[in-house]
Design a binder for this molecule. Sequence first.
Ligand SMILES: Cc1cc2nc3c(=O)[nH]c(=O)nc-3n(C[C@H](O)[C@H](O)[C@H](O)COP(=O)(O)OP(=O)(O)OC[C@H]3O[C@@H](n4cnc5c(N)ncnc54)[C@H](O)[C@@H]3O)c2cc1C
Length: 418
Amino acid sequence: MDLHSVHMNAAAGHNFDVIILGAGAAGLMTAIEAGRRGRRVAVLERSDRAGKKILISGGGRCNFTNVHTRPDNFLSANPHFAKSALARYTAADFIALVEKHRIAYHEKTLGQLFCDGSAQQIVDMLLGECSSAGVAIFPGSQIQEVRRATSSATSAADHPANPGFIVRAQSAVFSAPRLVVATGGLSIPKMGATGFGYDLARQFGVPIVEPRPGLVPLVLGGEDFARFSDLTGVSAAVRVSTGKRSFAEKLLFTHRGLSGPAILQISSYWNGSGENSPAPILIDWAPGQELLAPLLAPGSARRDLAAARATLRRALPARLADRLLEVAAPHSFTNHGLAELERCLHAWPCTPAGTEGFDKAEVTAGGVSTDALSARTMECRDVPGLYFIGEVVDVTGHLGGFNFQWAWASGAAAGRAV
Ligand SMILES: Cc1cc2nc3c(=O)[nH]c(=O)nc-3n(C[C@H](O)[C@H](O)[C@H](O)COP(=O)(O)OP(=O)(O)OC[C@H]3O[C@@H](n4cnc5c(N)ncnc54)[C@H](O)[C@@H]3O)c2cc1C
């Protein structure tokens, strides 16, 4: 399709088979799949260029998938919802695309795949595929109105229950029987994130699971803040848990509280914004280790604070070891006192005062309720022709490439259906 001619005609109103709102990871994947199937596809992107979030992802190298992707790596009110899409577009499918474009990549840790070069290569790959599939992308599109076509304007419709959609952007009017919402979540408003997708869902009566920040640093208050705020920059390999979930990764002290992969992971599960008082998270400062075993060994020469400190410092950063002992050292270093300290070091309760919010959240948890969507196609059950994909949906991945894998998989599911 000649992009220029689309621009020229669009001012007068332009028909497509599919309109996609948002040229991020999910929207571009839908565009590719639908375009390859011969659909006439328009992607309307508010920002001046496509795939901006991909560019800043993974520290500029884009952690584009995870080879260990399983449904268990995703949170949703319905934990079964993501299974179908994830099974039909796998990490191997995306890797095959990356390899087809000769993009060099490596596994960093825990199955996380990153570009050797830059995230720009992933954006270029997606845009190249869009171009071969004849997809028309309209950057800088300010969307002013989305509505159902009236029955008298049903040239776009392909089903009696679906009169199609009209999208009015600042410079043009678009119509199509299928509308795919891929406008992402609320994370990083500085980059232009808005609640547009949720507003659109509400407009069409589609329910929302309250959005909340996910993969986000936690803020400490009161006693915990006083204990740890001067440890900024110290990190340790810990296991953090809340409820039945736990993550063994690094924790990093920040000037406001806690961060690092272990904390980002648990933040998505931490129920801090509920009506009940926030639950504590439990920190195991040395998973799998018996820290005080040397003091308990028969014939141990010393059992006192200095010996405990020396032992802890072998397993933990010195300043952290000292601080933990300042807080939790027993009055007497009896077997019982040491056992109690050992227990405490493996289940240290810490009650965050909150999170750093959407400004610092890598994803938005919650979103368009999966109850309203078909797990196979992402189409709204009660609004034929309307689809929601990617981060705007109530499916949130763990840290490590899973959020992009959900964007690719849900995008492919919709692209194959529209
Ligand atoms: C700093 C950072 C690093 C990350 N790193 C990784 C990583 O390495 N690996 C990983 O798996 N995940 C990562 N993520 C998460 C990942 O980027 C998102 O989950 C993913 O981009 C979601 O894809 P999406 O297409 O649903 O939404 P987005 O990528 O957010 O795309 C939505 C698009 O819609 C556009 N849009 C919004 N409103 C409108 C509107 N009204 N009209 C038209 N267009 C609109 C936006 O401009 C945007 O281009 C990271 C996130 C952040 C913030």
